[in-house]
Design a binder for this molecule. Sequence first.
Ligand SMILES: N[C@@H](CCC(=O)N[C@@H](CS)C(=O)NCC(=O)O)C(=O)O
Length: 280
Amino acid sequence: MLTNDASNDNKSEAPRNSREAEHSTKDSCSAINSCFRLSSTLQIEEGNKLLRKILILFVQQMANEVVLLDFETSPFATRVRIALEEKGIEYKSKVEDLSNKSSTLLKMNPVNQQIPVLIHNGRPICESMIIVQYIDEVWSHKPSLLPSDPYRRAHARFWADYIDKKMYPTGKNLWASKGELKESSKKELIQCFKILEEELGDKLYFGDESFGYIDLAFISFYSLFYTFETLGNWSMAAEFPKLVEWGERCLRKESVSKSTSDQKEVYEVVLQIKQELGIE
Ligand SMILES: N[C@@H](CCC(=O)N[C@@H](CS)C(=O)NCC(=O)O)C(=O)O
């Protein structure tokens, strides 16, 4: 469902995109016109049926231009890619250079100036889990990521919030610091994983029988498991076997495996950032 566009030069992209849009609009219009002519001159019912189908496809295409301002190893962008794949939405990925942010990113997310940003028919939506909820609401014809029961929905949001407010900053402190802070972060992160493993229990997924909102919020950090255990000097498989099994189970889903970065690759990226930050 993904079309890739790694270019970061918006000035050259904008006219190209509008030309492309103009092109496909022209194609669709001429197809519709031919169909009109065919059905009116021949007066055949099949022509009208075909026309209806083309019109529906045309309107659907025009109503769903989806662009993701992306970054491959970002756990936050990973969440959005998984949600888009889960819903089977076609989208264009525009990979950002985060050390030289594009004018599109600065315009679409002026407050936080961060990826991911989902641009749906020209309108931006920011913050990964807000984007995931938006996707779930807009493409509601596909199975929902959030549970339908209000209590279970609140429960799912609680855990996604815990992952963002507690697990993520603690994990970041582990790899982006040294000395005492690194040591205390290691203890805290292990505690977070204990809590998350308890919440998972013997269920297949956090969302019970099927992959859902909490799974999506947390699986994007599975790519960092190797980084955590290597820098923190523990074994995820030995300490948290249920979380590791859950991660492997999630990865068997195509929506997850094609959206998630390799653990060793992420570790290399983290080492590079550590070097740039002068840590270690
Ligand atoms: N809370 C945000 C976090 C997004 C975030 O931290 N994005 C990082 C990439 S992983 C970013 O854009 N960093 C560039 C910057 O902060 O300048 C979300 O959930 O979307």
